[in-house]
Design a protein around this ligand. Structure first.
Ligand code: FAD
Length: 467
């Protein structure tokens, strides 16, 4: 019998598999995706948020524990478990030598990235290179890997793991780590969670999934029905505004539209609906997916003029371009008269100031609702550009409740041999909101903890059986 079964094939699963193997356990990893699509959402990542008290290779200055904790506290509005959060934060300061040993390489923050040179270590080659390095290292260490191996259910007894089902095949193991991601690719479940709006629409029908199609939440649902302690709310998800032309799955980071704070955003009725200049774009970009989801037809249009060009990371596909604003309205399929009313009202409300996109400047609107509180400059310089936006779901927050051993819990009791890591438990630390790079910090910390404890449980069981 295998010692440790790891279910999932992204960062958390790979960290768990590597740790369990290093601890002397035999390990089998089951990845639902085929080999060419392996790596889950982790393959789309770029960086990991790291605590450090002094400059560390690619990280400048310092990012102490307390500051990291305050950042987390702020974005979650308190929906976080301090003990587990601090565990993740501390682990983020020591995990990189281990990551390097398994082939992960780092590079300084990219220019145009979200002001992250101090806080985030970037993976050379991105998340794809990271998961490839981990798979290579796992194979070299003797971890067995099976692709196209979607686990549909588990056999549990009194909170203990016995076996997993892949189709009709029953796979036994002494212990198990669940690391199968969230449920963001399960449209039916998203529709259930989001429900129907007042206009009779199912908003989730228009969501684009930024990452893998394989995170369907099969095991989350299974565990919920099996009575595991859950954490989080199924309507909470990290959502950003993405290019409406993005593919339904796996568009990744390049589908983001980053010019929102430089212009205005209107909905299908050509009305503005939120302060585009509320705060720095890195702090606010993750609210726009949800804002667009609340608009009719779940679509919106980011509109800029020539003054904004060169001030944001250009999207992959060019925007709709026009030499006049009425022409732009027509090209975007918006009501021309209403669009012009909205833009004229905005332009008239812009107060003169000193434009500076790197600070919360004094370019603001007066007497406009909603206001634009920074970087408000008239949209008056051709050519004009428009980008259609859709809600892009990064990942969901519903998960399994854990303690610091990563054990799954039933009625408050930790399982002796069933553990969980990554998105499936990230809600313990990140109940809502987001701060860039923390998904990988959580997955790396808890993947390693889960792997260590799963190996310990399995080896103990093996010794016990042999005695
Ligand atoms: C576009 C994008 C960019 C991101 N950028 C960053 C970033 O730069 N930094 C950061 O910290 N976070 C980032 N994130 C979030 C990050 O991807 C997640 O926090 C992290 O990857 C979660 O790791 P995981 O191992 O839990 O899940 P995943 O990497 O999603 O892995 C889940 C795995 O489980 C497999 N699986 C699912 N169901 C089953 C099943 N039933 N049986 C077997 N296998 C199954 C999947 O195929 C997949 O391999 C980004 C996410 C996206 C979508």
């Amino acid at each position: 019998m295998i010692d440790v079964l790891v279910i999932g094939g992204g960062n958390a699963a790979l960290c768990a598999a590597l740790m369990a193997r290093e601890a002397g356990a035999s390990v089998l990893l089951l990845e639902a995706a085929p080999r060419e699509w392996r790596g889950g959402n982790s393959m789309h990542t770029r960086n990991l948020r790291c605590m450090h008290d002094a400059p560390q290779d690619v990280l400048v200055d310092a990012y102490p524990e307390e500051e990291f904790w305050q950042d987390l506290l702020k974005v979650t509005g308190g929906a976080t478990d301090e003990k587990l959060a601090r565990l993740v934060i501390r682990a983020s300061s020591t995990c990189r030598p281990w990551m390097r040993r398994h082939g992960v390489r780092f590079q300084p923050s990219l220019s145009g990235a979200l002001h992250t040179a101090r806080t985030n270590a970037f993976f050379m080659g991105g998340g794809k290179a990271l998961v490839n390095a981990y798979y290579r290292s796992a194979e070299a260490l003797g971890v067995r890997i099976r692709y196209d191996a979607r686990v549909e259910g588990l056999q549990l007894r009194d909170g203990q793991f016995l076996a997993a089902w892949v189709g009709d095949e029953r796979i036994e193991a002494r212990s198990c780590v669940l690391a199968a991601g969230g449920f963001e690719s399960n449209r039916e479940w998203l529709c259930d969670a989001w429900g129907r709006n007042a206009a009779g629409e199912w908003p989730a029908d228009n969501f684009i999934i930024r990452g893998t199609r394989f995170n369907t939440g099969t095991l989350l649902r299974f565990m919920k029905e099996a009575g595991a302690d859950m954490i989080g709310d199924p309507t909470q998800a990290h959502m950003v505004a993405v290019d409406a032309r993005a593919p339904l799955y796996d568009g990744g980071i390049c589908t983001r539209i980053d010019c929102v704070s430089l212009g205005v955003v209107v909905n299908r009725d050509a009305e503005r609906f939120y302060d585009e200049g509320e705060d720095f774009w890195p702090k606010r970009y993750a609210i726009w997916g949800r804002l667009v989801a609340q608009q009719p037809g779940q679509v919106a249009y980011s509109v800029i003029d020539a003054k904004a060009v060169g001030r944001f990371m250009p999207p992959v596909f060019p925007g709709t371009k026009a030499e006049s604003l009425p022409q732009l309205a027509r090209a975007l399929g918006l009501d021309e008269a209403r669009f012009m009313r909205t833009i004229n009202a905005y332009n008239d409300a812009c107060r003169p100031g000193s434009f500076n996109h790197t600070v919360l400047d004094d370019c603001t609107t007066a007497g406009l609702a909603p206001p634009k509180t920074h970087w408000a400059r008239p949209i008056d310089t051709p050519p004009f550009f428009g980008y259609a936006l859709r809600p892009g779901v990064t990942f969901t927050y519903l998960g399994l409740k854990v303690d610091d051993t990563a054990a799954v819990r039933f009625g408050g009791e930790p399982s002796a041999n069933l553990f969980v890591a990554g998105e499936m438990m990230a809600g313990n630390v990140l109940g809502k909101g987001y701060t860039a790079g923390v998904g990988m910090s959580i997955g790396t910390a808890f993947g390693r903890i889960a792997g260590t404890h799963a190996a310990r449980a399995a080896l103990e069981e093996r010794r016990h059986a042999a005695a």
